[in-house]
Ligand binder design. Structure first.
Ligand SMILES: NC(=O)c1ccc[n+]([C@@H]2O[C@H](COP(=O)([O-])OP(=O)(O)OC[C@H]3O[C@@H](n4cnc5c(N)ncnc54)[C@H](O)[C@@H]3O)[C@@H](O)[C@H]2O)c1
Length: 258
């Protein structure tokens, strides 16, 4: 059987993570770099360079790219640039996403389009562009970030466009996991529960009653840490998960099970 810990190694892999300037994406990139991958941090904000430098300063190998996932030509160009610089792409985490709060009836066309454009179109454009070299090499793994909001009517906050976009991301991964199952490319979705990010810390300060509703509904009684999400993504893209494709893996402290 050999050394089972080798199955979890990402040594020598070239891994692209979108939405990596901060939050969950930055933690995923950091975890990849810690496990031996070259982590390429991508984000629309140029701050992504500083995040990449921070991770590199603690010993990881990083690179960075600034592009907007809603611009399919820019996404195609970014995939070509990664190939030009590093000759291969082994891992993609399509994580860039946006959220907001709005009752359903108050969604303008523009509000609906903007969330679909980042959370669904952006994920599809990235998966399509970065899967091409993987399919040609008959090897690669993709994870896209969905959410508990894609499987359950979360409360008390209202953002139906976000919820539907995240359900669609999970189904996209199911469909592509099956379509590419014999082509050597695995596709899964990660579904974070309420996670300890700056955005949620802000809610805890400004609206403690909302935070208390969330904490009361999470069987574990706490937010997930960004590291817990990153650990699961690192497992999903590793050879230890070679039999897992087309799945949505929820990391939510039991929220969706209750
Ligand atoms: N924080 C949570 O509790 C939670 C729970 C479930 C799912 N998620 C999902 O996890 C992912 C990361 O969440 P987070 O809390 O770290 O968010 P965040 O807002 O802290 O970070 C998101 C990053 O994505 C980037 N981004 C946004 N739009 C982009 C675009 N068009 N092109 C390129 N980059 C873009 C932002 O610049 C930012 O750096 C998102 O998809 C989010 O929906 C988060």
């Amino acid at each position: 059987m050999g050394d089972p810990s080798a199955l979890f190694s990402l040594a020598g892999k070239v891994a692209v993570v979108t939405g990596a300037a901060r939050g969950i994406g930055a933690s995923i990139a950091e975890r990849f770099a810690t496990q031996g991958a070259l982590a390429i941090l991508a984000d629309r904000t140029p701050n992504v360079e500083a995040t990449a430098r921070q991770i590199a300063a603690s010993g990881g190998r990083t690179d960075w790219l600034a592009f907007d996932v809603t611009d399919s030509a820019a996404v195609d160009a970014a995939a070509a640039e990664v190939l030009r610089r590093h000759s291969r792409i082994d891992i993609l985490v399509a994580n860039a996403g946006m959220s907001y709060e709005l009752p359903a009836i108050e969604h303008t066309d523009q509000a609906w389009r903007s969330v679909m454009s980042v959370n669904l179109d952006g994920v599809f454009y990235c998966v399509r562009a970065f899967a091409k070299p993987m399919l040609a090499a008959r090897a690669g793994t993709i994870v896209a970030t969905s959410s508990i909001a894609g499987v359950k009517a979360v409360r008390p906050e209202l953002h139906v466009g976000y919820d539907v976009s995240k359900a669609a991301v999970a189904h996209l991964c199911r469909m592509l996991g099956v379509e590419w199952a014999k082509a050597g490319v695995r596709v899964n979705a990660i579904g974070p529960g309420y996670t300890d990010t700056d955005t949620l810390a802000e809610v805890g300060k400004s609206r403690p009653e909302v935070m208390n509703t969330w904490l009361g509904d999470i069987p574990a009684g706490r937010l997930m840490s960004r590291t817990e999400i990153a650990n699961t993504v690192a497992f999903l893209v590793s050879d230890a998960a070679s039999g897992i494709t087309g799945q949505l893996v929820l990391v939510d402290g039991g929220y969706s099970a209750a």
